[in-house]
Design a protein around this ligand. Sequence first.
Ligand code: BDP
Length: 598
Amino acid sequence: MLKFTELYPENNQKRSSFLLDGMWKFQFDSSSAGKENGWENHLPNPVSMPVPSSFADLFTDHRSRDYCGDFWYEHDFYVPEFTENQRVILRFGSITHRAVVYVNGKEAAAHEGGFLPVSADVTEFVTGGKMNHVAVLANNELSETSLPCGAVKVMQDGRKLAKPYFDFFNYAGIQRSVWLVIVPQSRILDFDTDYAVSGNDAEVHYSVKHEGTGTVRVTLSDEDGNEAASAEGASGVLSVRDAHLWNVRNAYLYTLHITLWEDGELADEYHARIGIRTVAVEGTKILVNGKPVYLKGFGKHEDFEVIGRGVSLPVIKRDFECMKWTGANCFRTSHYPYAEEWYQFADEEGFLIIDEIAAVGMMRSTHNFVAAGTGHYTSFFEAPTVPQLLENHIRQVEEMITRDKNHPSVFAFSLFNEPETISEFAGNYFRTVFEAARKMDPQHRPLTGAFEKNSKPELCQVYPVCDFICLNRYYGWYISGGPEIDEAEYLFRDEMNRWAAKELNVPFVFTEFGTDTLGSEHKLPSVMWTQEYQNEYYEMNFRVFDSYDFIQGELTWNFADFQTSEGIFRVNGNKKGVFTRTRQPKESAFILKKRWDN
Ligand code: BDP
């Protein structure tokens, strides 16, 4: 298991990074016999498989698309000559949901959790100046100790099917880029930053973790490449006069150049783009650089035709252009940490991110969205497997915070989505997660989580641990939809009045609200599923939001239509997108744009 996340790859005087994306070999292993049969050395009957991609939607048969169990990848890659003072690292952006990595037949890494990097120091396993072989044994089964949570159903013929307790397709594979990185033995392992702003000036507090006995020097350059500050030592303060602050939708990025020196020689260097900004929650306000910000935007998914959850820079670019066009300033990485390129774009575009861990499905229900509001209770946090889940949860939160802590766009971490929250068991569970997380973030960003409707103000045991409260609410869809929309508004206001009566003095943000809407359907007067109904629903929700001062944000569900498991509640996926799955606007996009542009 890894102790830190290998830094995002770069090329410089001391580091060489080679992208290993491309066509790899792939084979299903439904009887989990690959290891016994030496598949780590050679796959007997593979097909070609693009990396990065989810495998599911590339196939034309059901069994392959819905495959659940073990599967393998292999690839031959060239390792350039390296010296004894260098280390060779393999870095996968993620492997979903768990993996063992073998290099030239030897186990190099094992990792649980499908949305965070897997890195392996393979120096001892590879030969420089030659082709080498990597094999990955991956597995996409779900359980009540995995994040996200779910189960596996074994059919009469022995075939396994994933049963997610969540509402997105269980895409799997090597869904993010793979890098070979050659770094110096004495190297920069990690760094942290934190900021203080006073008047026109700022202080960048930094700390650098490194291997070896060297001396650290850091310089900060502005966007024109001019030096703004410098300092020496593994930790210290950079004083920046007339600092350009990173602001919401008005980003400014400095480059932090970290160098490590041994005996007067450069041992290692690393460049990071950072933004000077402060974030805080004060009373009912969310503050960026001391000024209140109202969050406008979306809950999203990494999801697209054909590639599934595979990272695609063009899709990321298109999504940012669409979000900018609506006037949005924020999104939540529902329901898992996204590929790192999302955060890099957000840093540049001045978007705020609520960075969410894959703690979703903690309700033992495949129809969480229907169970919500019915009072349905599954004793999820009373199971004997909870300690193992808790350990996994905390470790993944640590990996997420370690990976994402230096992105100015990340202003809050969400540590769950829609768990059961009304028992003492749930209360204890989340108190433990939050206490652990509070020690992990050098910037002490706000921590939160998204609550569904059963988490009522009178019953929820978990909201007190949150710095601001995120609500997923579907009044007018799952609750009192269609002809009952006036009733829905009444019930919605009733719940908000009950929250108001608690006088919690914290911000509330809506992290989900929306209606399934088919781009093809129109009707006057509206009925559910039509574009007209989506518009009326949004207008009703906005009336409610605008009635309460403590509501400080609205992230609709969802940015775009996305794939889910099959079932009678989903018409080839979830259709709550404001954009279609191919990223064209539904009519509601214009309603949001009108509201958010103002
Ligand atoms: C909520 C979930 C989200 C679902 C959404 C919906 O947080 O993942 O996709 O409802 O029902 O329960 O559309």
